[in-house]
Design a protein around this ligand. Sequence first.
Ligand code: TYD
Length: 216
Amino acid sequence: MFITFEGMEGSGKSTALNRVQQALLNEGHGVLLTREPGGSRLGRTLRSILLDLSNDDIVPEAELFLYLADRAQHVGQVIRPALAEGVVVLSDRYADSTVVYQGYGRGLDPERLRELNDMAVGGLWPDLTLVFDLPPEEGLRRAMTRNLQDGTSVSEGRFEAEHLAFHARVREGYLTWAALNPARFRVVDATRTPDQVFEDVMRAVRAALAAAPAHP
Ligand code: TYD
């Protein structure tokens, strides 16, 4: 079972991710919590390049292939081996982030991005993708409060510094992409309390587990 968590900064996806991990562990499942960019050793180096504010001259295509390199390594070294052992893999972001941020956000063609991702991951798409949806103003407000509270360095904030119009395109992009792939996607209203969000999320996770697909 492979489940991915998507949405803008400040959407509460990481909070929900941690709670789902705990709930599944309590029920006796093996669980791997991972993330992109940076879910592998090589990926952590790529992450520091991608999120570095001083790399604001990076062209969209170069950014794209760095994300794809991160993902290919993540799938080959971390995700596939875990799935082969029967572990439930929960990933904070995956291929849909590229389709949405580099596609709907930066203007690359979403369908081409789906194909390039398909090559990078050898056809491994999630069983379930949860999109945490909220207005970009609210997400940015939450993300900034969090950064102030936990002292996240500015160099981790390249995307958070993007203008509001970019985040509005990202939000619309997620909704469009989810509507195009309804079998795999669930859109969660992330403006509600963490408990309400978690309840929705667990309902979707349980339904996916009950359907119990097998990965090759
Ligand atoms: P991160 O610090 O992991 O924060 P969060 O997931 O909480 O937003 O930031 C990852 C950033 O990278 C995020 O702004 C989205 C962006 N991103 C892409 O543009 N494309 C991708 O393929 C991925 C995985 C992430």
